[in-house]
Design a protein around this ligand. Sequence first.
Ligand SMILES: O=C(O)CCC(=O)C(=O)O
Length: 280
Amino acid sequence: MPKVLTDAQVEDYRTDGYVCPIRAFDADAAAGYRDRMDQLEADHPGLWARAKVKPHLLMTWLNELMREPRILDAVEDVLGPDILAWATGHFDKKPHDPGFLAWHQDATYWGLSEPSVVTAWVALTPSNQQNGCLRVVPGTHTDGQLRHTDTFAADNMASRGQEITVDVDEAAAADLQLQPGEFSLHHTMLVHGSSPNTSDVRRCGITIRYVAAHVRQTTGFQDSATLVRGTDRHGHFRPEPRPSTDFDPAASAFYDEIVGEAERRKAAIAAQSGSPRSER
Ligand SMILES: O=C(O)CCC(=O)C(=O)O
């Protein structure tokens, strides 16, 4: 029996590749996380924007967020009991921000062995049609790996402006509208993107990428993850330290090492494909 999702939602995830909305915590808690994020931006200008790979190794609040029991319960409902948090990040669109994400599939860039990988997109602000919420094309997670290209388009928030090269049926897209403290789950192969913010309201979400413990990194480069639930019987990822304070020296040293490894991995994926790819 599922822990948080209904049987119908678990079935929807299998059929459509996403579930939305699910409540993680209340609006006050969302405001608390947003304050921590804003404080970080104020104290270390530019750092948060650059910390794309595993900022949960630097920030205690983000490390807490990725362990939120309600999020893990929902992730367990779709991935099973042994769960690693592999990556974290954020997508922030200020009022009237022209930034957008072209249609893409996350799995294209990550070098992971198979698609038992799900993203929790956690809203710290309202996220709706007007401010450019996440949009998905239901069912496309079963379409296989689609071709992507790097467009370097201005305002595409992906680092190389990655986008799918085949036509996407936009009319079929669903808007994943969320209130602060709610989250959606989307499958790593699901076609998704988002539009610019045409409103006066900021749109900010934290992304947490969870993998089932049997998933491996296939590129030959070292990778790490944090066991957040169950047991890791596979040992495919190097265990990550938990920061005891923000910028904890041991966790920061680990972060520097693993970011270096991630850069080498990205370069290797680019060399293999003949076209530079990247994690966002
Ligand atoms: O937040 C967005 O607009 C896009 C997020 C996204 O592409 C992702 O979570 O992979």
